[in-house]
Write a protein that binds this ligand. Structure first.
Ligand code: HEC
Ligand code: HEC
Length: 148
C-alpha cells in the first residue's frame, strides 16, 4: 500500500510481553499477548472502556464467529490486565472514549466514534486492500505507541 504505512514508533515494550521469570506462571499481560495475540494483534487495551473488555471476555466462547475461550483463571488474569489499562482506567489519558455514549458497550474498537473519526479520510480502495478494518497492522507498522 503506497504511502499509507503509519510510522508509529514502537514505544518499546509497552505492550510487549515482559519475559516471565523461568518457572513462574505467566501474568495477565503475558497471557493477553499469547492468547489474544494468537489470531490477531493483541489490540491496545486503552482503546476500549472497561465495560467493553468485560463483555468481550464474558463472550469468548462466541467471539466474532470463533471460539476463543480460555481457562477461567486465565480469563480472570487477562481481564484484570485489560481493566487496569482500559480507556477509563483511573490513570488513563486515553482519548478513545471521545463521543462514545456512556450507555454503549462497543465490542469493537473500530465501532467507536474516536476510531471512526481518526480513520474517516481513508479511501475505500485502501480498506479493500487490507481486507478488514480490524487488520490494524495492514497499515500501522506498530500500534504499541497508542497510549492516548
Ligand atoms: C480463535 C481466534 C481468536 C482469538 C484467540 C481471539 N480473537 Fe479477537 N477476534 C477474532 C476475530 C475473527 C475477530 C473479527 C476480526 C474481523 O472482523 O476482521 C476478532 C475481533 C476482536 C476485536 C474487535 C476488533 C475491532 O474490529 O475493533 C477485539 C477487541 C478482540 N477480538 C479481542 C480479543 C481478545 C481480548 C482476545 C483474547 C481474550 C481475543 N480477541 C482472542 C478472533 C480471535
Ligand atoms: C487502512 C489503513 C488503516 C487501518 C486498517 C487501521 N488504521 Fe489506524 N490509522 C490509519 C491512518 C492513515 C491514520 C491517521 C494517521 C495518523 O494519525 O498517524 C490512523 C490513525 C489511528 C489512530 C490515531 C492516531 C493517534 O496518534 O492517536 C489510532 C489510535 C489508530 N489509527 C488505531 C488503529 C487500530 C487500533 C486499528 C485496528 C483496529 C487501525 N488503526 C486500523 C490507517 C489505518
Amino acid at each position: 500500500m503506497k504511502r499509507l504505512v503509519v510510522l508509529v514508533s514502537a514505544a518499546a515494550g509497552l505492550l510487549g510481553a515482559s519475559a516471565a521469570w523461568a518457572g513462574q506462571p505467566p501474568g495477565g499481560a503475558e497471557l493477553f499477548q499469547q492468547e489474544c495475540g494468537a489470531c490477531h494483534l493483541a489490540y491496545p487495551p486503552q482503546l476500549l472502556p472497561a465495560r467493553s473488555w468485560r463483555a468481550l471476555i464474558d463472550g469468548l466462547a462466541q467471539h466474532f464467529g470463533e471460539n476463543a475461550a480460555v481457562e477461567p483463571a486465565e480469563a480472570r488474569a487477562i481481564l484484570d490486565y485489560l481493566l487496569s489499562n482500559a480507556a477509563d482506567a483511573p490513570a488513563s489519558t486515553s482519548r478513545a472514549l471521545r463521543d462514545l455514549d456512556s450507555q454503549a458497550t462497543p465490542l469493537r474498537i473500530t465501532e467507536t466514534p474516536f476510531w471512526q473519526h481518526e480513520h474517516s479520510i481513508i479511501p475505500a480502495a485502501d480498506w479493500r486492500q487490507v481486507k478488514s478494518r480490524s487488520n490494524c497492522l495492514g497499515c500501522h507498522n506498530s500500534i504499541a505507541g497508542y497510549t492516548k
